[in-house]
Design a protein around this ligand. Structure first.
Ligand code: NDP
Ligand code: PYC
Length: 341
């Protein structure tokens, strides 16, 4: 959904926004390396209109760093486990710097073996997932990633929340076209969008969540305060969310969404879990043909009447931002300056 925040938009050059965010991360205890990676991620989400994971997230990052829940200086430990397998202990830091530390090895393995897995554990992910996969498709690779979050979703047929909002992101190259990318929570709605709706005083569509007594509700605050989200698509989304728990936590050695206890760290917001990224080199079997076949698929979908491919809205927003600057509200800009102190 990613509804924009209310207020008057100003346009800020991407690098200016990124530098401001990096300065905030450093000001609140991140190393220069970690701050650069997180700032790029967050500024990119804002640029692409992925508002639930753009600058909206900055107060959450800052309160989490202040709580001591996450290590903003962590040095990830990369292990070359097998010909197609890399493991990273993020050392209680963020997942994106762990990916950055292992990326070169992961790509080399995928190009050699045709496929490689990156398993990250002991990591915090508080961001959109597409920035983790899209760059692989820019290099001609196919990538799939999953990350689990924090207990706030009731499995289909259950009575109590257990799963996280557990997104799945996928990216594939497409000839003479931007990569095909989708990135979606397996909950009916991302937790971030529920927070945005609560802040804006908006009701949600039906079927998103339940209140503290397990009754269906369209009131975002009822979901956030003791209630829970539902999976998208009933038992089907629930099965995908279960798969995310298995891959991102059980496979990596990370926490399931219900396994960490942040109650001793008031202000902590970042889930301490795990992440998997699977990278495939399609040139091993299909040469350049894979990207052509992707293109054919997109053309057929459009021919069938499709007017919006997943990812297209972001690419459009990105194009506008490249021309005019990244849209932020005056209020958001002011809050960012206050976070800089
Ligand atoms: P959305 O439902 O907004 O979008 C999901 C996907 O569907 C996107 O690829 C989007 O493309 C595409 N899409 C949306 N509407 C249409 C349409 N009408 N036709 C075709 N395609 C469409 O995403 P979510 O709310 O589920 O997730 C938002 C973000 O939250 C994600 O980036 C996710 O990674 C993040 N998240 C992160 C978590 C974490 O633990 N780190 C946990 C949960 C969510 P487009 O982008 O172009 O709109
Ligand atoms: O929007 O569901 C969400 C989310 C959880 C963790 C980071 N984002």
């Amino acid at each position: 959904m990613s509804a924009p925040s209310t207020g008057t938009d100003v346009r800020v050059p991407f690098t200016e926004l990124q530098d401001l965010l990096q300065a905030i991360f450093q000001r609140h205890g991140c190393s220069e390396r970690v701050a650069r990676v997180l700032a790029h991620n967050c500024a990119s989400a804002q640029r692409d209109g992925a508002h639930s994971h753009g600058v909206f997230r900055m107060p959450g990052y800052v309160s989490t760093l202040a709580s001591g829940w996450v290590d903003g200086q962590a040095t990830p430990e990369v292990s070359d486990v097998a010909p197609g397998y890399v493991s990273v202990d993020a050392a209680g830091g963020f997942a994106q710097p762990a990916l950055a530390a292992a990326r070169e090895l992961l790509v080399a393995k995928a190009r050699t073996a045709g496929i490689a897995v990156l398993a990250i554990h002991n990591s915090h992910h508080f961001a959109a997932l597409w920035p983790d996969v899209e760059p692989f498709a820019d290099e001609g690779l196919v990538a799939l990633s999953v990350v689990n979050s924090m207990t706030c979703v009731v499995p289909h047929g259950a009575r109590q929340p257990l799963f996280g909002t557990n997104p799945i992101a996928f990216a594939a190259p497409c000839a003479e076209h931007d990569p095909i990318v989708f990135d979606m929570a397996t909950s009916a709605m991302a937790h971030g969008d529920v927070q945005i709706a609560a802040r804006a005083g908006q009701q949600l569509p039906e079927g998103m969540g339940v209140d503290a007594s397990g009754e269906p509700t369209t009131e975002p605050k009822a979901i956030l305060e003791g209630g829970a989200l539902l999976p998208f698509g009933g038992h089907k989304g629930s099965a995908l969310s279960m798969m995310v728990e298995l891959l991102a936590a059980a496979l990596t050695g990370g926490n399931f969404s219900w396994e960490f206890d942040w109650s001793g760290h008031p202000g902590a917001k970042t889930p301490w879990t795990g992440q998997v990224i699977i990278v495939i080199d399609p040139s091993k079997t299909e040469g350049e043909r894979f990207a052509q076949r992707s293109r054919e698929l997109v053309e057929q979908m459009k021919h069938a009447g499709l007017t919006r491919m997943p990812g297209e809205r972001r690419y459009r927003e990105r194009e506008v931002a490249e021309e005019e600057g990244v849209a932020v509200t005056e209020q958001e800009l002011q809050s960012l300056r206050e976070l800089l102190g």
